[in-house]
Design a protein around this ligand. Structure first.
Ligand code: FDA
Length: 306
């Protein structure tokens, strides 16, 4: 119920105006977002890399409906990848890309071409790309584009969401040699027809998917902050004899940073997903929806600034 209300607010332009113009939003945003500029992204990337962590940078923006905006997003990724390479922050840092920010909703072919350009720039910069997964209406399109791009860029990462009923099957199909797959629970409000609705069912599905990926021949990227699932992933890695260079953990910037350091110190690769840019609203609302305490934190900050 709580999650539904917050995720509905994520789609409301009235609430967006309210939140985006509240001065205190900036303080809350800073916890989850590196900043608005490429320089902010580079600064935070450097800090994390110095702490022994890997990074995936996300230029914020989604559901783009204007061609010039999609092109600007592609150009920002090209600029970012060049800057990361010049700063010698690759391969520690890769990029995460949302196809909807490249115009997938109105011109799939263009979005695929822009994604191709970003993959080529990443290869030139000595690093990789992961295609984020969005709501279930885009899953088939995103996996189709992924499979086309992987012919030229086999290291292109996929994202699968444990809450979708179809995901076990997708894991089977994407667990071949070298296949990089980020497994997350899923962050969108989805109908019962396509997605498990209870926390228990989502967690059980996540574990079934994890078993498929960990026993497969690909490179699983275990994206969760959930202590139980992290422990299960560590256990499965041992069970399937996986060395630390054959899978990684991933977490979001600002969420459980002490756990990120603990896993890295234990010898695991830990990649922190770092969003930056001015279009932080949808991203922030999904983070608030995940955890009531974040909303309390936000409300308290609003009240204090009064
Ligand atoms: P869950 O939400 O059950 O949280 C477990 C515990 O983690 C909580 O009890 C709390 O301690 C902590 N925690 C979790 N979220 C928190 C938050 N926001 N603030 C503070 N503490 C928090 N989704 C998607 O649909 N498409 C995608 O492409 C991606 N990509 C992606 C990349 C990476 C690196 C991560 C870590 C996550 C994603 N996600 C995503 C988001 C994902 O689907 C999911 O919504 C969140 O990770 C939260 O789920 P958890 O697995 O952490 O479990």
């Amino acid at each position: 119920m709580f999650r539904s209300v917050i995720l509905a607010a994520a789609r409301s332009s009235r609430v967006e105006r309210l939140v985006a113009t509240a001065p205190v939003s900036r303080d809350v945003v800073r916890r989850f977002v590196a900043g608005t500029s490429t320089e902010d992204a580079l600064r935070v990337t450097r800090e994390l890399a110095d702490a022994g962590l890997s990074i995936s940078l996300d230029h914020l923006g989604e559901d783009t409906l204007a061609p010039h905006q999609a092109e600007a997003t592609k150009d920002e990724y090209l600029r970012l990848l060049k800057a990361l390479s010049e700063a010698e922050l690759t391969p520690a840092a890769e990029v995460s890309v949302k196809l909807s920010a490249l115009g997938q909703k109105f011109d799939e072919k263009m979005a695929a071409e822009y994604a191709n350009a970003i993959c080529a720039a990443a290869t030139e910069a000595g690093t990789t790309v992961t295609l984020d997964m969005e709501d279930h209406t885009t899953t088939d399109s995103t996996l189709d584009i992924l499979s086309g791009l992987r012919r030229d860029f086999p290291t292109l990462g996929a994202v699968l969401q444990g809450y979708l009923r179809r995901t076990e099957q997708d894991c089977q199909e994407l667990s071949g040699p070298g296949s990089r797959v980020r497994l997350c629970k899923g962050a969108y409000k989805e109908p019962e027809t396509v997605a498990y609705q209870t926390r228990l069912d989502v967690d059980l599905s996540y574990v079934r998917c994890l078993n498929i990926l960990m026993s497969g021949e690909g490179y699983p990227m275990v994206a969760t902050h959930d202590p139980r699932l992290i422990a299960i992933a560590e256990d499965r890695a041992k069970w399937f004899d996986r060395s630390p260079d054959t899978f990684e953990f991933q977490m979001l910037y600002g969420v459980r940073p002490e756990e990120q350091r603990r896993l890295a110190e234990a010898g695991h690769t830990v990649r922190v997903y770092v969003p930056y840019g001015t279009e932080w609203y949808g991203y922030l609302m999904r983070r608030l929806a995940e955890r009531p305490a974040n909303v309390t934190f936000f409300a308290r900050a609003l009240a204090t600034k009064g």
